[in-house]
Design a protein around this ligand. Structure first.
Ligand SMILES: [Zn+2]
Length: 272
């Protein structure tokens, strides 16, 4: 999915504020994708709305606006409204057609204590999930660009995004990121500048870092051998986050790399 920021050129003419619905264009994307939209509009303030949420939209000069809409991994197939709105009126009402992703099935076998949890462990896992989820909605003021410089390091994808997982034969939630296998100690770099929102040692995720990049874009790195950052640090693109390991529930050294965008789970590769 390397070609994925799907830049779709919407040739809406520069309309006056009172104009409505230039073209009703239907854009397309699959579950877990980032769909890029581009439009022309002469005004200085424009909002992009889809799935009941606002999405980042920025003016790139000469009346051209660029925005991104994210389709959550579990978003139902169908046709949804896209609204481009000025302060006073709608500029365009387009559609986004969401198709089902084709996701692999993944089976792993782990020690029983990593699959069946006692009450105390379950409470710990729930608390850690809650802490991690809080980072998905933490506000970070940063550069509105969402394009990433590459993966955190080069490696082989051992479990792709969206895989339907079975742990010791039991179905689990779909894989919300990609797993990249590499020798322990491989340096993990942030693909995009951002603020460190979380550094934690979690029961299932192991040593984990979450980074906020602004615009509701948050990336998460798990199962690390060691972390090299502190909450609150500002990291420049390609700065070291930590090293690959197999902490938490892992069958071998790898990085679990997850990305949330406006709290939707997306394929990290779709931002490359
Ligand atoms: Zn994973």
């Amino acid at each position: 999915m390397k070609n994925s920021i799907k830049t779709i050129i919407c040739l809406i003419p520069a309309l006056c504020l009172c104009s409505n619905f230039a073209f009703a264009t239907t854009w397309k994307g699959v579950q877990g994708d980032v769909v890029g939209v581009e439009t022309t509009y002469a005004g200085d303030k424009l909002e992009l709305t889809c799935f009941g949420k606002n999405w980042p939209l920025k003016s790139v000069g000469h009346g051209v606006w660029r925005g991104w809409i994210v389709i959550d991994l579990k978003k139902k197939q169908g046709k949804y409204n896209i609204m481009l709105k000025s302060a006073k009126d709608s500029v365009a009402n387009d559609f986004l057609k969401v198709s089902k992703g084709s996701f692999r099935i993944s089976h792993i076998e782990v020690a029983k204590k990593m699959a069946v949890f006692d009450k105390q462990t379950l409470a710990r896992i729930r608390a850690e999930v809650k802490t991690l989820k809080a980072t998905y909605v933490e506000r970070v003021d940063a550069n509105p660009d969402v394009k990433m410089s590459g993966r955190p390091f080069e490696g082989i994808v051992s479990t792709p995004f969206g895989a339907q997982r079975f742990v010791n034969g039991e179905p689990r939630s779909p894989h919300s990121g990609i797993d990249i296998a590499a020798p322990a100690g491989t340096v993990i770099e942030t693909p995009l500048a951002g603020r460190v929102l979380l550094v934690a040692d979690m029961y299932l995720n192991g040593k984990t870092v979450a980074i906020g990049h602004g615009n509701g874009l948050v990336s998460v790195y798990s199962h690390m051998h060691s972390t090299a950052v502190t909450r609150g640090d500002w990291l420049e693109t390609r700065q070291k986050i930590g090293e690959v390991g197999a902490t938490g529930r892992a069958t071998g050294p790898h990085l679990h790399w997850g990305v949330r965008f406006n709290n939707a789970r997306i394929n990290p590769d779709s931002l490359l």
